[in-house]
Each structure stands twice: as C-alpha cells, then as structure tokens.
Write a protein that binds this ligand. Structure first.
Ligand code: G3I
Length: 300
C-alpha cells in the first residue's frame, strides 16, 4: 500500500488524524487528508465550549463541516469529547448544585450524541478524568467535586442511550506505561465497568510521547486492557522530533494487539501541531513526507 489509510486497512485497522474545521479550505492540507487518512477527530469543534457555549444553546456548525467533509470522502469520525474539565465554559464550571449539574451534563451528552447519531464510530465520552499525582484517583473537577466519582458511569450510560451503536471510549494521556498509578486507576475503572455491565467499548491512549517514543511496556498495557474486553485505540499520537524508530515502535505495539483498532495522529503537518515547536508529526510544514512517515508505512 502507498498510503497510511490503505496500509492500515490492509491489516484491518484505521489511520486517522485530528482536523480543525478552519483548515479544510487549505488545498494542500485537504489533499493530504483525503489521500492518507480514513478516520477524522475534530481537534476542538466537538468540545463543550464550542458546542454548548451557553446553557441549552447548541452550536454544531463547525463540527458539522468536518462531518460532511468526512462523509464526502469516505472517512469515519471519532467524536471528541463529551465530558472534560478543560475547554469547559464558565457557566458549567460554576455550577455547585448536584441536581442542576447532573441534568446539564446529561442534556449536553444526549443532545450532542443524538445530533450525530449514526455518524460517529467512537465517542471519547469522558476525557482526562484521572489525576497525575500518583494517586490513581479521579482528578479534582466540577464533575467529580459536585457529582462524585459516579459521574463517569452516568456519562457512559447517558451516551449509550442516545446512540447505542457508537463505540464509547474513555480517553486519557500518560496511561501508556503499565507501571503507573494513573494507568492502574483507569484499568480498575474499566474492569469495574465491564464486570457491572456499564457500557464501555474502548480505551483511547492519547500517546503524546517524548522523543524516546512509547514506554517499553506499552504493548503489555494495550493487551492487558484488551483482555478486559474493550478495543484499544491510539487517539492523539505525536512524538517530539518524530524519530522514525520511535514512530515504528509505536505502530508495532498497536499491531501486536488484535484489538488495537487503529491509530490517530494529532495533526498532519508539523505546522498544524499543538506542539509545533517540537516538529512531532509525519509531514513537514510544506506537506512533504518526513522519514517518520516511511517508518510508519513500513510498520503497518
Ligand atoms: O478559537 C480561539 C480563537 O478564537 C482565539 O483567537 C485564539 C487565541 O488564542 O484561541 C482559539 O482557541 C484555541 C483553540 O485551540 C483553537 O485554536 C485555544 O486558545 C487553544 O487553547 C486550543 O488548543 C487546543 C487544546 O486542545 C486545548 O486544550 C488544541 O488546538 C488541541 O490540539 C488540544 O487538543 C488536546 C485534546 O483535545 C485532548 N488531549 C490533549 C490535546 C493537546 O493539548
């Protein structure tokens, strides 16, 4: 195969990228997008601050642009993200009454998931809910602090009711190393959900790596989660300075686990990246393939 998407399809996976609506009109950008990628994640357009900037006033315009582009080019969509402490409008983070916040959260999830019913392969239902402090517990947020830890389960049950066919993922960063308290916290949550029949289908490993690439036990982490009965996905891959070997190792880790459904890189050209100073992507700012691109293509 001569493209990332075709090579991934050849081994039963997808290859995706994050896309901002504002770049769809850039011909060079769209040319690479439609040639190489079979899955799209809106970079910001499905987040709460864009989709519900004030209570019960929904704005799906920017995300709809991306979904129609995907439909026109045979690309599938990952929905990102329904419940996150960041890019959360102040009218939500200021709620201190549990009944109000529960009804606001449920209405947000139901309205957004219903709007896109049948069009989303997988939703990041809850994003980055675990703490980085070594506790393995949920981080402080308006959701945990006002609703308690049960907000995660509530969010998954509500999303499932609105689109029973969409896969529902928990998504986080720094959960790639099996020997980290954060990874163990997420693992226990997924194990608990599966044992009690709470609807969860997948775990997203963001995979924002330093120039060494993934931890050596990343494939152990992926296979241990898969053994719980969920798909695993690499959802936001980028690697500082993009060493070809680091990218190849990451792809091989996914390929070693049959339930690793696909890989999404967090942007196309280095100039499109949220960490553009580190040149972490597969294409340079002129849209040329970097050595890491060929390493990925070979490893798929
Ligand atoms: O839209 C406004 C624009 O109106 C304003 O003029 C401009 C000035 O700063 O800001 C624009 O908003 C920015 C937005 O991206 C759209 O470009 C925000 O400031 C900026 O904070 C935001 O950054 C995004 C970041 O999430 C926010 O947390 C990045 O693009 C996006 O790549 C990044 O993605 C996250 C994932 O969602 C979750 N995992 C981590 C990942 C990287 O941080």
């Amino acid at each position: 195969a001569t493209t990332l998407g075709a090579a991934a399809a050849g081994v039963g996976r997808y290859f995706g990228t994050a896309v901002p609506a504002g770049k769809l009109g850039d011909a060079q950008y769209a040319g690479i997008l439609d040639r190489e990628f079979t899955m799209i994640t809106p970079e910001n357009e499905m987040k709460w601050d864009t989709t519900e900037p004030s209570r019960n006033h929904f704005n799906f315009g920017p995300a709809d642009q991306i979904v129609s582009h995907a439909n026109a080019h045979n690309q599938r969509m990952r929905g990102h993200t329904l419940v996150w402490h960041s890019q959360l409008p102040g009218w939500v983070s200021g709620i201190n009454d549990a009944n109000t916040l529960r009804s606001v959260m449920d209405n947000h999830i139901t309205t957004e998931v219903t709007h896109y019913r049948g069009k989303i392969y997988a939703w990041d239902v809850v994003n980055e809910a675990f703490a980085d402090d070594g506790s393995g517990q949920l981080r402080s947020s308006v959701f945990r602090n006002v609703l308690g830890t049960g907000f995660v389960e509530e969010a998954f049950r509500t999303a499932h009711a609105a689109d029973p066919a969409a896969k529902l993922c928990y998504n986080d960063y720094s959960i790639e190393d099996w020997n980290s308290a954060k990874t163990q916290g997420v693992y226990k949550l997924v194990r608990d959900f599966k044992s009690r029949g709470v609807p969860i289908d997948c775990v997203g490993f963001q995979s924002h790596f330093g120039n060494g690439g993934p931890p050596s036990n990343f494939r152990t982490t992926l296979s241990n989660f898969a053994a719980l009965g969920v798909d695993v996905q690499l959802t936001e891959l980028d690697i500082a300075s993009a060493p070809p070997t680091a990218y190849a190792n990451t792809v091989k880790d996914c390929m070693s686990v049959s339930r690793c459904a696909g890989i999404t890189v967090w942007g196309i050209r280095d100039s499109d990246s949220w960490r553009s100073g580190e040149s972490p992507l597969l294409f340079d700012r002129n849209g040329n393939k970097k050595p890491a691109y060929n390493a990925v293509l070979t490893a798929l």
